[in-house]
Design a protein around this ligand. Structure first.
Ligand code: SF4
Length: 456
């Protein structure tokens, strides 16, 4: 037996600067490097009304904001991208100031919000505009009831920014040159119909209030929705979904009425034993600055839980170093990294999608790097309405042709759901197979048969 004092010690090596990079947050008046914001002081830049009024919506506004930082050829590329995009464009000054304009083509924030014509790829042949079939599972307009005990309420169709990859590009934002949207504008009568439906369904315990974005709801509307839903006995959990913390965090620092309204709903919920939380949407660690930390601190000090749902996006967070930094930085500022979704099959953004294999590999490497409760679940929201499936839980995955098959026994028993990897990520031979309609159908049917065989 070795005496304790003579046992070799097992001291871990000290962390390197890279190991602690998640604690280094962009601080100071970083926005002043943008020509249009050079003279903007802190109080003005943080003001949520100023942020909303100075959001960029056209190539001309972008040019006026960043004049001199990019060549005219880049703006031409943006013009082409705007013209072909299914989503309206809206980018907050906070996001504009978070982009590295010395390399805008590859910047992860530019990639998410400002389309470049030169980067667009043809859509996957199996893609539809409402890939999650939210409209098919909507018993009343703006309310999706897919899961047994949970419903998704869409009170409005506007957001503080518009994301190129939005799942709801069928409804969110203004019509574009290529898409006429489903009308989900703010309408109290429509809301009442949704509340009546929820009240009539005793199995509904969990309501997600999304949109659009809860950031765009007035304090009065936050209170009205919160009170209406908390007043329904069987509703036990509310989630206000907002991307706001990622794209305009300073609203939490300057719109006191909005934060008070949200806090009021959380506190009334708590008094009645009901859980009210915020779900947000960071995709890249560069979105998190010292301003974000101050904003999240406000919610944390009021006892409001914030969870994050990322989308896995090519060139934004599909490499291990970026995903680890995102997970650690979110955890550091007290936001739980809850989900990482496969990018939905959405029109006009094939350049942003990546493969199921990428997601599986990232999950393998992220798990174990931090505490389990801060480790996101990597999921695929099965196109066609199968709901969220763990990426590892496919019934069959034809990696060569990029076809994964999922089932969802507790959502839609007996049905199978397909996710398709982006075609340009496949081998030249597989790409050729996808260009042939007959072979394409055969490949999908073969994958279905394999999946059903595995189930037996
Ligand atoms: S904030 Fe959410 S709902 Fe709005 S455009 Fe982005 S992803 Fe879509």
């Amino acid at each position: 037996m070795i005496a304790p004092e003579s046992r070799p010690t097992k001291t871990k090596p000290l962390p390197t600067a890279a190991d602690l990079a998640h604690r280094v947050l962009r601080d100071g008046e970083f926005w002043r490097s943008i020509p249009a914001y050079a003279e903007v002081d802190e109080a003005t830049f943080l003001n949520h009304i100023w942020q909303g009024q100075h959001s960029v919506k056209t190539p001309e506004e972008l040019l006026a904001t960043i004049k001199g930082l990019v060549p005219e050829s880049f703006i031409e590329d943006v013009r082409d991208g705007f013209h072909r995009a299914p989503m309206a464009v809206r980018v907050s000054p906070y996001m504009i100031a978070s982009i590295d304009w010395s390399q805008p083509e590859t910047d992860p924030i530019r990639t998410q919000f400002i389309p470049l014509g030169s980067r667009l790829r043809p859509d996957h042949p199996m893609l539809t505009l409402d890939s999650l079939h939210e409209q098919d599972d909507a018993p009343v307009p703006g309310l999706t009831h897919r899961y047994h005990d949970k419903a998704l309420f869409l009170p409005l169709n506007i957001c503080p920014v518009y994301c190129r990859f939005c799942t709801r590009s069928y409804a969110i934002g203004a019509d574009t040159d290529v898409v006429d949207k489903v009308d989900l504008h703010l309408d109290m009568k429509r809301w009442q119909t949704a509340f009546d439906y929820i009240a009539s369904r005793p199995e509904l315990e969990d309501i997600v209030i999304s949109g659009g974005d809860a950031y765009q709801l007035s304090p009065r509307n936050i209170t009205a929705i919160g009170d209406a839903l908390l007043g329904i006995d069987h509703v036990r959990r509310l989630r206000f979904a907002t991307k706001g913390l990622a794209v305009m965090p300073s609203k939490v620092l300057t719109d006191h009425a909005w934060v008070d309204a949200l806090t009021g709903v959380v506190e009334r919920g708590r008094k009645h034993g009901k859980d009210v939380v915020v779900h947000t949407h960071f995709n890249n660690p560069n979105e998190i600055s010292a301003i974000t930390q101050r904003a999240v601190d406000v919610l944390f000090q009021r006892g409001i839980t914030v969870r994050n749902q990322s989308v896995l996006i090519r060139g934004v967070n599909d490499d291990l170093a970026t995903m680890l930094l995102l997970v650690r930085r979110l955890s550091y500022i007290n936001v739980h990294p809850y989900y990482v979704y496969m990018h939905d099959l959405v029109r006009g953004v094939e350049d942003l999608r990546t493969t199921v294999a990428t997601s599986i590999e990232l999950e393998r490497n992220v798990r174990g790097s931090t505490a389990g409760f801060n480790t996101p679940v990597f999921i695929c929201d099965a196109p066609g309405g199968g709901g969220k499936r763990d990426v590892h839980s496919y019934e069959y995955y034809d990696r060569e042709n990029g076809i994964s098959v999922f089932t969802a026994p507790s959502v839609k028993p007996g049905e199978v759901f397909f996710y398709f990897d982006p075609i340009d990520a496949l081998s030249p031979e597989a790409q050729a197979r996808w260009s042939d309609q007959e072979i394409r159908t055969e490949m999908i049917e073969a994958a279905r048969a394999k999946a059903l065989e595995t189930r037996r």
